[in-house]
Design a protein around this ligand. Structure first.
Ligand code: NAG
Ligand code: NAG
Length: 367
């Protein structure tokens, strides 16, 4: 009986929302905003003239539609899996024409494959949405939401939202280490380059804060030297490429420190440090424990470790994507993304500092 009446109650509410509620915010899920690079791009680059794209098969082979979407994954990516945890629809790319009306209230994904902390990272991809423009779009987004639900509600939606920021890997692989003797590597010794990145990153995060973000997951770089692309180009015997590993080892602790300093300055735990390197390193050092047959060979690609060139229709393709930690030469498989997001939810302070996502969700739901 109780179930029946609550079923009818739910139907009535749904009907009321349907009739009245074109502009009534969905109370059940908080908004979610995503900024950064290909690890978190849900398809913005589909709308740009750029070579950094994932809009042809076999990308998306395990996505619910089994079609490419622009995500650099065989299936779901990190933002999709976080959206699921929030009980929300996946974030639409900001450039998608479908991002209108009620759907704006879910949040938006501003990420663009190929970008970095620095404006000159990814210049070879020509037309990509660099961070200053991602932040400008976030400002535009807020104006559109204000027009829909009023300025006060819009600000509340933004202040209560969860934000994900994934940046930095490309400043190494698609800038400093892109070619031997790159302009950047001649200009800066690695420790000085890392300091430059951290200081520029801090400015970006403060701008995000000024735009209203109050809970921001900031991912460190993964073990950059261990991705199939770097194994193919730089590894002698399958060991992770030391120069890129060193870059990650310098960058991540300084990022962690910078975030903690920002939080002290602000007086609140706005920025949450996500230890991506540790999350990845767990399955790279013991793939079998996570059900992987390989954490060195990409599922889709060619050459040693399937690490050379792009993942295309012509590439080798593994039959079972669940068995590979890497989908393509740079990006984790859906299965690996699931492990990472699980660690974000429940990981100890070695993985999530100062707290994990389940703690954040519990805390914030009390407000
Ligand atoms: C990047 O470009 C933006 C404007 O497009 C500029 O405001 C910013 O200072 C630039 N950053 C660096 C590090 O040059
Ligand atoms: C992380 O999440 C789990 C499960 O909610 C919780 O028990 C744990 O204490 C949390 N925090 C840390 C720092 O481990």
């Amino acid at each position: 009986m109780a179930t029946t009446s609550s079923f009818y109650g739910l139907c009535l509410v749904t009907l009321l929302i349907f009739v009245l509620g074109i502009v009534c915010p969905r109370a059940e899920a908080r908004a979610f905003f995503v900024f950064g690079d290909s690890l978190v791009d849900n398809g913005n680059n589909n709308y740009l003239v750029t070579t950094a794209r994932a809009d042809s098969p076999p990308y998306g082979i395990d996505y619910p539609t089994h079609r490419p979407t622009g995500r650099f994954s065989n299936g779901l990516n990190m933002p999709d899996l976080i959206s699921q945890r929030l009980g929300a629809d996946p974030t639409l790319p900001y450039l998608s024409p479908e991002l209108t009306g009620q759907r704006l209230l879910v949040g938006a994904n501003f990420a663009s494959a190929g970008i970095g902390i620095l404006n000159d990272t990814g210049v070879q991809f020509v037309n990509i949405i660099r961070i200053p423009l991602q932040l400008e779009y976030f400002r535009q987004y807020q104006q559109r939401v204000s027009a829909l639900i009023g300025a006060k509600q819009a600000q509340k939606l933004v202040n209560n939202a969860l934000v994900l920021m994934t940046l930095g890997g490309n400043d190494f692989v698609n800038n400093y280490y892109l070619i031997p003797y790159s302009a950047r590597s001649r200009q800066y010794a690695l420790p000085n380059y890392v300091r430059l990145l951290i200081s520029e990153y801090q400015k970006i995060l403060m701008k995000l804060y000024k735009l209203g973000a109050r809970r921001v997951l900031v991912t460190g770089t993964g073990p950059l030297g261990c991705v199939p692309a770097e194994l193919a180009q730089r590894s002698q015997n399958g060991e992770c490429a030391p120069e890129l590993q060193q870059a990650a080892e310098l960058f991540n602790p300084q990022l962690n420190q910078m975030l903690s300093n920002l939080n002290k300055k602000i007086g609140s735990h706005v920025f949450i440090s996500v230890n991506s390197k540790k999350m990845h390193s767990d399955f790279i050092s013991d793939p079998g424990a996570f059900g992987f047959v390989s954490a060195k060979i990409a599922c889709c690609g060619q050459g040693p470790y399937n690490g050379l060139g792009l993942c295309t229709r012509m590439s080798n393709l593994c039959p079972n994507r669940e068995l590979y930690a890497f989908w393509d030469p740079f990006h984790p498989s859906e299965k690996a993304n699931k492990i990472i997001v699980q660690q974000m939810m429940t990981g100890s302070s070695d993985y999530m500092n100062p707290m994990n996502l389940s703690t954040i969700l519990a805390l914030d739901s009390q407000n």
